[in-house]
Design a protein around this ligand. Structure first.
Ligand code: IMP
Ligand code: MG
Length: 184
């Protein structure tokens, strides 16, 4: 019989590295801000990133409007089911507005591609995309983030709002989940 494996978190990006990246993204977004622009954060994973991005935008001189789109997620596992559904739609009026979609991770691309199509179908004039973490190796759908914080290899990450089975969202850094070898 093998002993159960323990998981531990190996740091990838610490809090101040993330803060720097968020500041840079906000500065770039501030360059072409329009009054009608709406930020749309995809829940739940992007809530910490979106909160920090809003405050960085304010420092960059932009008092942005934000709303939320809750999409179906991985559930308990660590691999995508392939279909995305709307659990809770954006309440704000979207028609003829420039929308910036904010997500935590761009992985297969299905979530962000779905969000973009959904917002365009609701009448958005344009949809720009922001992902804190881009995992290009895993892409299944042709989509790129207009703004990405970090490019990362194919590892499962948690922290800074990002979960594994609803755990680790409160970690102040982003880490990579590793399974420790069982003790012999
Ligand atoms: P995609 O639809 O495959 O691009 O996946 C995007 C969504 O999957 C993100 O919004 C995350 O919620 C989730 N996801 C992808 N990779 C990870 C990961 O490494 N850790 C936790 N969640 C992830
Ligand atoms: Mg997500």
């Amino acid at each position: 019989m093998t002993a159960p494996r323990e998981t531990s978190i190996r740091m990838l990006y610490d809090g101040s590295t993330i803060a720097d990246r968020v500041e840079r993204i906000a500065e770039r977004l501030a360059e072409n801000h329009t009054r009608d622009r709406l930020m749309v954060a995809i829940l739940k994973g992007s809530f910490v990133f979106a909160a920090d991005l809003m405050r960085a935008l304010m420092r960059a001189g932009v008092d942005a409007d934000i709303d939320f789109l809750r999409l179906s997620s991985y559930g308990q596992g660590t691999s995508s089911s392939g279909t995305v559904t709307v659990l809770c739609d954006v309440a704000a009026e979207i028609a003829d507005r420039d929308v910036v979609v904010i997500d935590d991770i761009l992985d297969t691309g299905r979530t962000l591609a779905f969000a973009r199509e959904h917002l365009l179908a609701r009448g958005a004039r344009s949809v720009e995309t922001v992902a804190l973490i881009d995992k290009p190796a895993r892409r299944q759908v042709r989509i790129q983030a207009d703004h990405a914080g970090f490019r990362c290899e194919d590892v499962f990450v948690v922290g800074y709002g990002i979960d594994m089975g609803q755990r680790y969202r409160g970690l102040p850094f982003i880490g990579h989940v590793v399974e420790d070898a069982p003790e012999r």
